[in-house]
Design a binder for this molecule. Structure first.
Ligand code: SAH
Length: 349
């Protein structure tokens, strides 16, 4: 049964479609996720899904070590800032900042987060920080050390389907009390270079993700710093429909109970890379999460934590396997880094 607030949201969405006509899939995804994240904590056993920092402290700690090492070798600029996009409960930030503090690096913190509810949890986890609705208000006069884990996958994608009459955009309509996908008119011009495809092929394009990537790359080029993007997705422009809803740790119908499940699509890392290369930055990877964590020394980290608390040895081994195992998160998740042209070579690539 949908919650009362989800039912009220679905009624507003239906009214918007009555008034404006069918939404693009991207608009549908953006509106649903804004409601979803604004009204609940989606993470953890009682929520809908689990992320790498919620599995183990080792994930955030290795990211903190990566930033601290790079920052020190870049000459330890005193005004550098830690920036996180979509910090969830603030767990990654707490673990990364802890590891950075141990390396005597304590940067001020900027968080990009739209959910007031999650901002509250982040405040509890971290104490002080500066919150932003989007990346455009981040400070302009300092090197930025930016991390985003499972953030880009939640940003809206649009879908195009190759039909006999040409490419048509997938939209979301409302009929007989339910939401359902439908196809718009054949398009004369496309906002992307269409891949060679067969009839029935689906192509996902995300202007929102590409614009954010260009903006981040431009900031790094002008201000210095580095970015680490971790998400599930593919290295090439893979054609196909990866739009999905996750709820209660399983897949759900993305058109049933809008705003009641997490809506995501796989990240097209080739598209992110191309967007970043429009600015004068260096791009590293993507590498699989398993390979990256392994070359960052997750085995050593697990061993030293297990030595300090032998009763946790089994739990640490299981967490390491979950984060790096190829059949688990190790292969599907990718790590992409950007660095300022004159910053040193980052670890792990
Ligand atoms: N990075 C965290 C949480 C991932 S869930 C982790 O690894 O555990 C996605 C996060 O992005 C949530 O904090 C959500 O509120 C935030 N978010 C989703 N869409 C957003 C948007 N358009 N702008 C800002 N934050 C957004």
């Amino acid at each position: 049964m949908p919650r009362a607030e989800d039912r009220a949201f679905a009624a507003r969405l239906a009214a918007a479609i009555e008034a404006e006509g069918p939404l693009t899939l991207g608009d549908y995804m953006a509106r649903c996720n804004a409601h979803y994240y604004g009204t609940r904590d989606p993470l953890g056993a009682k929520g809908d899904f689990i992320t790498a920092p919620e599995i183990s402290q080792m994930f955030g700690e290795l990211i903190g070590i990566w930033f601290a090492d790079l920052w020190r070798r870049a000459g330890a600029p005193g005004n550098a800032r830690y920036v996180e996009l979509g910090p969830g409960r603030g767990t990654l930030a707490a673990d990364a900042l802890g590891a950075m503090r141990a390396a005597r690096f304590e940067p001020p913190v900027d968080l990009v987060e739209t959910s007031a509810l999650l901002r509250g949890l982040q405040r509890e986890a971290l104490g002080g920080a500066c919150w932003h609705d989007g990346a455009d208000t981040l400070p302009e006069n300092a090197p930025l050390l930016v991390v985003a884990n499972e953030f880009f996958d939640a940003l809206p994608v649009r879908q195009y389907v190759l039909c006999a009459e040409g490419w048509r955009e997938r939209r979301v309509g409302h009929r007989d009390g339910g939401f359902a996908p439908l196809l718009g008119e054949p398009l004369a011009a496309l906002p992307f270079a269409p891949p060679a495809s067969r009839q029935g092929a689906v192509y996902e394009h995300s202007p929102a993700r590409e614009a954010l990537m260009r903006a981040l790359a431009g900031r790094l080029a002008r201000q210095g710093g580095a970015a680490l993007i971790v998400d599930y997705g593919h290295e090439g422009h893979a054609a196909g429909d990866s739009f999905q809803a996750v709820r209660g740790h399983g897949y759900a119908d993305p058109f049933l109970d809008p705003g009641g499940a997490d809506l995501t699509a796989h990240v097209d890392f080739a598209a992110l890379e191309e967007a970043a290369r429009e600015e004068d930055v260096r791009v590293h990877g993507p590498r699989s999460q398993g390979e990256w964590l392994t070359s960052m020394g997750i085995a050593l980290r697990a061993a030293s934590l297990a030595k300090a608390s032998p009763e946790r040895a089994e739990e640490l081994a299981a967490a390491r396997e979950r984060l790096t195992g190829p059949g688990q998160m190790g292969r599907l998740f990718k790590v992409l880094a950007l660095t300022h042209r004159e910053w040193p070579e980052p670890e792990g690539f």
